[in-house]
Design a protein. Structure first.
Lengths: 218, 420
């Protein structure tokens, strides 16, 4: 499902060139739940954003469902992302002035047709957010915010979920809810790539890949 | 989910940002509407002022016209109709015309449908030596007023001197100690003195008036006259030319001169007064126009400055708004929302600010302009101006918001998502 081939990503900071990813190669199968673990600053988030089509690598190729991601135009990339990729971030990135149900339905802005309300309500219910659906993010706990962010990512049944330290701010109970939902997603055929250094997540992974010295080590 | 829902919810959330943007547009629209309303008030005042002055002048002139008509009607033109070829220098030197014309001329004039001429007095006049008295005398033969056939007969202005009678000027009867009722002999004919005139201080004092036919016989100029006086002619303003034309149409070749210039002077005075009144109005108009130009010049500098400042203010507000919403923009881009939709988020907000700002600004501008102009009337409500600002204000906000919206759309989502 995800094919990362010889990907190198560098940043320029003033006159210095900083290498964030160094010749990364990885393959993730459909329905697989993969955890990429590593210390802070090892390039986990960069990897995730590169796989998500948000950071163009200097070298290498990324294929998702056999589509060379960076061959796509900006317009088509946005379309592809909307249809196939769901993101969940540690900081949730919920829109503060929208209610929970409205935040969950945000991806519909990227689609021609709006998703049926039933789908949003089903996710709300399954993630235990029914009582909070008309609240705004500022009125929610960290766990509820992250569950909302996960529901938003799952709304259009993407092929893959890219998750970045999603349990970092959560207690054990909320972490379990979120991780179990990801398990459920992968069991239904979805692919999960989770980058984290939170050990709670390791138990849920089909495979754990360690990231050291800008490289992945199986 | 619609973009408009996001825009409205964002406006509700960040009211201050919206109100500041709105204030900027309101200020811009108020300055335009206020300036144009003040100019309109000025125009209305000018129109009213000039119209009032014109009305007053017209009324004053009408009164003046009527007064002069009455005055000149009383005075009338006193015209002297003289024979063809009469040298006017000789006339003024001798006090009578040497040339002659048929007496029938006066009848022709009387039978015409004259509009201006009222009283006709034919005369034959000649300076002679009164042989019996050894005196120089102006012998004047008159037959009284010749009535106009088409006009209602009125009391004659001058009655005829009956045959066999004579009227004597002051110098004549005084120096010769003649009294009314006395008998005098003139060129062998005996006349009874009908009247002895009071002193007039002119040639009348040495004039003797007798019947026209008798004068013609004495002077051996039967059927001839040398002047027709047309007294108290209807005044046609200063149009002596019109009177002349009328006389000439009946008596071609004759000369018409005005005796005394009071009527013409007064007509000229009235014309001058009218001219001055009109000049005063023109001066007032010019003054108001100059004042308007000053206001226009002031507005033409101030309004663009305000518009520019408002636009810059909107640019900074929107840039602030974009910075505040980096995370929101980042996630929208991450979930696949296209760049133009991100721009739409900001541009739609700009249009809402522009539309509300246009309406509020128009009302404030209209009120302010009216108050500053010191006049409030429904005439000041200009639907075209309202439509113009309804187009202009959103356009101004759109132009100002375009750059920040583009920055938002081109923001790299990875930068934001990696930072957090």
């Amino acid at each position: 499902m995800i094919q990362i081939e010889n990907v190198t990503k560098t940043y320029t900071k003033g006159n210095n060139i900083v290498k964030a990813l160094n010749d990364i190669n990885i393959s993730v199968e459909k329905g697989e739940f993969v955890v990429v673990k590593g210390s802070s600053g090892c390039g986990k988030t960069t990897l995730l954003l590169t796989v998500g089509g948000l950071l163009h690598p200097q070298e290498g190729k990324i294929f998702i469902d056999n589509q060379d991601l960076y061959e796509l135009s900006t317009e088509n990339m946005a379309k592809f992302r909307a249809a196939n990729i769901g993101f969940v971030f540690q900081q949730y990135h919920l829109i503060p002035y929208l209610s929970i149900i409205e935040n969950i339905k945000i991806p519909s802005l990227a689609h021609e047709s709006e998703v049926p309300d039933e789908r949003a309500l089903e996710l709300i219910e399954s993630l235990g957010l029914k009582e909070r659906m008309h609240h705004t993010p500022s009125e929610l706990s960290a766990g509820e915010k992250q569950r909302t962010a996960l529901a938003r990512a799952l709304l259009y049944n993407p092929l893959i979920i890219l998750a970045d330290e999603i349990t970092g701010n959560l207690d054990h109970k909320n972490a379990s809810i979120v991780l179990n939902k990801l398990i459920e997603f992968s069991k239904s055929g979805g692919t999960v790539l989770l980058v984290t250094h939170d050990e709670k997540a390791f138990a849920y992974a089909d495979r754990i890949i360690e990231m050291e010295n800008l490289k992945l080590q199986a | 989910m619609k973009i408009s829902l996001l825009v409205i919810k964002e406006i509700k959330r960040r009211k201050l940002n919206f109100l500041l943007g709105l204030l900027s547009v309101v200020f811009a629209v108020t300055s335009i509407t206020g300036a144009l309303t003040m100019l309109k008030v000025h125009d209305l005042k000018t129109e009213k002022l000039v119209s009032t002055k014109e009305k007053e002048t017209r009324e004053r002139l009408a009164v003046l016209e009527d007064d002069y008509r009455k005055i000149t009607k009383k005075l009338g033109f006193n015209l002297l109709i003289l024979p063809e070829g009469q040298n006017l220098s000789d006339l003024y030197a001798d006090d009578f015309a040497a040339k002659l014309m048929p007496e029938s001329y006066v009848d022709s004039l009387a039978n015409s449908r004259s509009v201006f001429i009222r009283h006709l007095l034919p005369s034959l006049q000649e300076k002679i030596i009164w042989p019996e008295k050894h005196r120089t005398v102006i012998l004047t033969g008159i037959r009284g007023e010749v009535p106009f056939l088409h006009k209602n007969p009125k009391e004659p202005i001058l009655v005829a001197v009956p045959k066999g009678t004579i009227i004597l000027g002051y110098e004549l009867h005084k120096s010769m100690q003649i009294n009314e009722g006395d008998k005098v002999i003139l060129k062998g004919r005996t006349f009874t003195v009908r009247k002895c005139n009071e002193a007039r201080g002119n040639k009348d004092d040495i004039t003797a008036w007798i019947d026209l036919n008798e004068a013609q016989e004495i002077l051996q100029k039967q059927g001839k006259i040398n002047a027709i006086q047309a007294l108290k002619c209807h005044c046609a303003g200063n149009s002596l030319a019109a009177v002349r034309e009328e006389v000439h149409s009946v008596l071609p070749g004759t000369q018409v001169i005005e005796k005394g210039s009071k009527v013409l002077m007064r007509a000229e005075a009235r014309d001058r007064a009218a001219r001055e009144a009109l000049e005063a109005i023109e001066a007032e108009k010019k003054h108001r126009l100059d004042l308007r130009k000053e206001q226009e010049n002031f507005a033409s500098i101030l309004v663009p400055l305000i518009l520019f400042a408002s636009a810059i203010w909107i640019v900074f507000l929107f840039i602030g708004n974009v910075r505040e919403r980096r995370s929101e923009i980042g996630i929208l881009r991450a979930v696949g929302v296209k760049e133009w939709k991100i721009m739409k988020l900001f541009l739609l907000k700009a249009i809402i600010i522009g539309l509300i700002g246009a309406i509020v600004g128009y009302l404030i501008g209209l009120t302010t302009g009216s108050i500053m102009g010191g006049q409030f009337t429904l005439e000041l409500f200009n639907i075209n101006l309202l439509l113009l600002v309804l187009v202009f204000a959103p356009l101004l906000a759109l132009i100002a918001a375009y750059l920040p919206a583009t920055l938002a759309a081109r923001q790299d989502p990875a930068d934001v998502l990696r930072e957090e």
